[in-house]
Design a protein around this ligand. Structure first.
Ligand SMILES: Cc1cc2nc3c(=O)[nH]c(=O)nc-3n(C[C@H](O)[C@H](O)[C@H](O)COP(=O)(O)OP(=O)(O)OC[C@H]3O[C@@H](n4cnc5c(N)ncnc54)[C@H](O)[C@@H]3O)c2cc1C
Length: 412
C-alpha cells in the first residue's frame, strides 16, 4: 500500500500555467501542492532567454526566466508546497488521487481539486515522414534551444530550420548569434507559421531567408547529417518535380509545431479534436467535475500572458471547489463556425466571464469574428493563424445563450 498524502489543490506541472494557478489558489487561502517532474519549476520559460514575455500579465516586457522568477517569488507563501523531481504517472480523476514517482519512491496524493498543467511537446521528426537516412544532427528546435541556453552547447556549424513556427524563428536567430551559419528557414505553407514580430526581429533583422511553399524531401548522411534535399511544394504540400536542390548542412532544426501533452490522462478526460488538448469550460474545468486544466495542454497558446491568465482562473475555481463552494452555473457548448481553428474554451459556464481564444484556419486580409447567438462582433485587420484573437464577454451579457442552448463562433 502506497503512502498517501493530502492537499486541497494539487497542481500537476510547474510551467507558467501551473505556477499562476498555484498562486491564485493559494491567495484563496487553501493549501496547494505543486508537482514538477524537472529539478526546478518554470517549464519552457527557463530556456526562453529572449524578451517578449509578460506585457499583458505583468505590464512589463520580460525574458522567460524573469517571468518565471516573478511567479516563483510570489509563490513564496506558507500554504504553497513545491515538490520538484516528482512525475505524476497516473491520476484517478474521479477520486482525485495522483500517483507520483519521485527520488524518494512512489506515493499518492489525494486532492480536493486537481489542476493539470502539463504543457505541450514538440512534434517529432518521425511524424513528418521525410525519407532518407536517420543521422544525428536532426533535432526539434526546443531541444536545440535547451542545448544552447541551458547546457551551453552549440549543436551545429551550418543549419537549416524546417518550419516557421515561433520556436524555429527564435532558434534561427539564437544559433546565428552563437556563430552558426543558418542557411534559411523553410515553410511548406504559403505564409509564415510564427508571429509577425518574430519574422521581422529574428529573420529579417539577421538576413536569414524564409522560403515559403518549400520543404525537406530527403535527409542524407551516415552517422552525422551531411545534407538535405529541399523542394518547392504545391498547395497540397506535394513536391513540385524539377524544383529540388541540395543544401549541405550538419543540422536540421525542426519547428513543426507543438502538441498539447494529454496522453497520460486522456483516457479519462475529454479531448477537443481540433485543439488536441483537454476540453474545458471558461472556469477551466475539464469534462470531470473537480478536475481542471490550463495552459498549453488545453491548446497551444501563442502568448504566455494568456497561459498565465488561464492558470489563474483555474486556480481560483479549483480552490473554491476544494472548499465545497459550488461556483459553476448553467453550461452551454461552443461550436466552431467558418474559418475557426483552435478555439478555447469549448463550454460556456454562465457564472464566469467568457474569454475566447481563437486561431483562424487561414490568413485573412480583414474580417470579423461573430458570436452568433450573442450578436457580438469584433473586427480585425490582417488575421493569421499564428496570432490568437482574444475576445472577452462579460458574464452579464451571456444570458441570451440560455435561450439558444449554444454559442457559435465564426469568422466572416
Ligand atoms: C521557444 C518558445 C518561445 C516562446 N516565446 C514566447 C514569447 O516571446 N512571448 C510569449 O508570451 N510566449 C512565448 N512562448 C509561449 C510560452 O512560453 C508558453 O506558452 C508557456 O510558457 C507555456 O506554459 P505551460 O505552463 O502551459 O507549459 P510548460 O512551460 O511546458 O510547463 C509544463 C510543465 O509541466 C511539467 N510536466 C509535464 N508533465 C508532467 C507530469 N506528468 N508530472 C509532473 N510535471 C509534468 C513539465 O516538466 C513542465 O515544467 C514561447 C514558447 C516557446 C516554446
Amino acid at each position: 500500500m502506497l503512502k498517501r498524502e493530502k492537499t486541497d489543490v494539487l497542481v500537476i506541472g510547474g510551467g507558467a500555467a501551473g505556477m499562476a494557478c498555484a498562486l491564485s489558489a493559494a491567495k484563496e487561502g487553501v493549501y496547494v501542492t505543486l508537482l514538477e517532474r524537472e529539478s526546478s519549476v518554470g517549464g519552457v520559460l527557463n530556456q526562453c532567454i529572449h524578451n517578449g514575455f509578460g506585457l499583458q500579465f505583468y505590464h512589463q516586457e520580460l525574458t522567460g526566466p524573469e517571468f518565471a522568477s516573478r511567479l516563483i517569488d510570489e509563490m513564496n507563501m506558507e500554504n504553497v508546497k513545491i515538490i520538484n523531481q516528482s512525475y505524476v504517472r497516473d491520476i484517478d480523476v474521479r477520486k482525485r488521487v495522483a500517483q507520483v514517482l519521485s527520488p524518494d519512491g512512489a506515493y499518492e496524493i489525494q486532492a480536493g481539486a486537481l489542476v493539470i498543467s502539463t504543457g505541450a511537446r514538440e512534434r517529432p521528426f518521425g511524424s513528418l515522414l521525410i525519407p532518407g537516412d536517420r543521422p544525428s544532427g536532426i533535432m526539434p528546435a526546443g531541444v536545440a534551444q535547451r542545448y544552447v541556453n541551458l547546457e551551453n552547447r552549440i549543436p551545429a556549424r551550418k543549419a537549416v530550420v524546417l518550419g516557421s513556427g515561433d520556436i524555429g524563428l527564435i532558434m534561427a536567430r539564437r544559433l546565428t548569434l552563437e556563430g552558426v551559419e543558418v542557411v534559411g528557414v523553410l515553410e511548406r505553407m504559403s505564409y509564415p507559421g510564427g508571429l509577425t514580430r518574430n519574422i521581422v526581429q529574428c529573420l529579417e533583422d539577421f538576413d536569414i531567408p524564409l522560403h515559403l511553399s518549400t520543404t525537406v524531401t530527403e535527409v542524407r548522411g551516415e552517422g552525422r547529417l551531411r545534407s538535405v534535399e529541399v523542394s518547392k511544394v504545391d498547395e497540397n504540400f506535394t513536391p513540385i518535380p524539377g524544383t529540388s536542390r541540395n543544401i549541405d548542412v550538419d543540422a536540421l532544426i525542426l519547428s513543426a509545431g507543438l502538441l498539447p501533452q494529454v496522453e497520460d490522462f486522456s483516457d479519462d478526460l475529454e479531448v477537443d479534436p481540433v485543439n488536441r488538448g483537454f476540453l474545458v469550460s471558461n472556469t477551466c474545468e475539464s469534462s470531470v467535475e473537480g478536475v481542471f486544466a490550463a495552459g498549453n495542454n488545453v491548446a497551444v497558446f501563442d502568448l504566455v500572458d494568456y497561459v498565465a491568465a488561464e492558470g489563474w482562473i483555474a486556480g481560483r475555481h479549483a480552490a473554491l471547489f476544494s472548499r465545497g463552494v459550488n461556483t459553476s452555473g448553467d453550461r452551454v457548448p461552443i461550436f466552431r463556425g467558418k474559418n475557426i481553428g483552435v478555439l478555447v474554451p469549448g463550454i460556456v459556464d454562465m457564472e464566469e466571464h467568457l474569454r475566447l481564444y481563437i486561431r483562424l484556419r487561414k490568413p485573412m486580409e480583414k474580417g470579423v469574428v461573430v458570436l452568433r447567438e450573442l450578436k457580438i462582433e469584433k473586427k480585425f485587420s490582417y488575421g493569421v493563424p499564428s496570432e490568437m484573437i482574444q475576445l472577452v464577454v462579460n458574464r452579464d451579457k451571456l444570458q441570451p445563450l440560455m435561450n439558444h442552448g449554444r454559442l457559435t463562433v465564426e469568422v466572416q
